[in-house]
Design a binder for this molecule. Structure first.
Ligand code: AVI
Length: 326
């Protein structure tokens, strides 16, 4: 039987019109902007996979180091005290890192369910199948949809203590204001005794950070340019990809690592039947990957209504999984 992958399915009219609306809204702003949440189509997923394999992209290995080697310390910090609980992971993907924590908890006979939340039903099915083989005793309750709706759903299914995971420095793809609002919204969905565990990439040598996003092989550039190609594919647009160049910068003071696509000439592009004018050297703001200091993380967590209880670092101290109590 051929399993049809979600990304093989034709985009439905509703999501096409949302995509079109978002793209046009962003391209009519000054400066022009596209949302990096649209990076991840089938091609974008492959490119992100390649990014994670690049020697310069340290983030994945740092967080893997934490989960492989410090799941015991994480567990101690979760204040479990013999009670049953649910591990809810926002944007679980294939759970590469969290699996180490799940295994540690299973091996030590903790009573818990795993509720991965993802917008890709295909990824969730595959994760469930793999976990059935790797951890047959684990109860997995996949929740397909948007984070906040699915958190709500999780509360309807179970009233147990919640441990909410948000890994991979995904919080970095929001600007600081959006990240703060996101944390406040998560806090509003939790109850006393619940825990939020969130992964942040830390400020460090600026060159190390810039190198991770400005790789000489041009994979990050291709990752950004793929969004223009996706808009061509799905919204019948006519971007000439060669007419745009990726530009990356990192500001050590604010911690913002930002990517842009720069128009190499004056040009007109048709998107969703509308003509969009680009001046030579005009840029599209594509993505922020925000880096934090430990102090900034502490301030944000406390201001969002959490008690920032523990920071678990990788061996280089480049990345932190921060554990926040309600
Ligand atoms: C998914 N996210 C945390 C990545 C990051 O590091 O900001 C996305 C990415 N963009 C370019 N390289 C990786």
């Amino acid at each position: 039987m051929k399993i049809q992958l979600a990304e093989d399915l034709p985009i439905d009219n509703h999501s096409k019109s949302d995509f079109c609306k978002d793209v046009l809204e962003g391209l009519k702003q000054n400066p022009k902007k596209l949302s990096s949440k649209y990076f991840y189509d089938k091609q974008g997923d492959k490119l992100f996979q390649k990014i994670m394999e690049m020697p310069e992209y340290y983030l994945t290995n740092c967080e893997l180091d934490i989960f492989q080697n410090k799941s015991n310390i994480i567990t101690e910090s979760l204040q479990l005290q013999g009670q049953a609980f649910d591990i809810i992971e926002l944007g679980s993907g294939d759970a590469t890192k969290s699996k180490y924590l799940l295994k540690f908890l299973s091996e030590n006979n903790f009573d818990f369910n795993y509720m991965p939340i993802d917008i890709s039903g295909n990824i969730l099915h595959e994760l469930q199948r793999n976990l059935e083989i790797e951890m047959p005793d684990l109860t997995v309750i996949p929740l397909e949809g948007e984070y906040f709706e699915m958190l709500e759903k999780a509360s309807g299914i179970s009233a147990r203590k919640k441990i909410v995971l948000f890994l991979g420095a995904n919080i970095g793809n929001m600007n600081k204001q959006e990240a703060f609002q996101f944390c406040k919204d998560i806090r509003a969905k939790l109850n006393a005794g619940d825990v939020f565990l969130v992964g942040f990439d830390l400020k460090k040598n600026p060159q190390t950070i810039l190198d991770a996003y400005n790789d000489p092989a041009g994979i990050t550039a291709a990752f950004n340019l793929n969004l223009l190609a996706r808009i061509n594919r799905e919204l019948d647009a006519d971007f000439t990809i060669e007419n745009f160049r990726h530009y990356q910068n990192y500001e050590p003071d604010s911690g913002a690592c930002r990517s842009f696509l720069v128009s190499l000439k004056n040009q007109v592009v048709t998107v969703c039947d509308e003509r969009i004018l680009f001046d030579e050297n005009e840029f599209i703001d594509m993505e922020v990957s925000q880096k934090y200091s430990v102090e900034e993380i502490g301030q944000m967590g406390e201001a969002a209504g959490f008690h920032v209880a523990e920071n678990i670092y990788d061996s280089k101290k480049w990345f932190v999984d921060s554990i926040w109590y309600v």
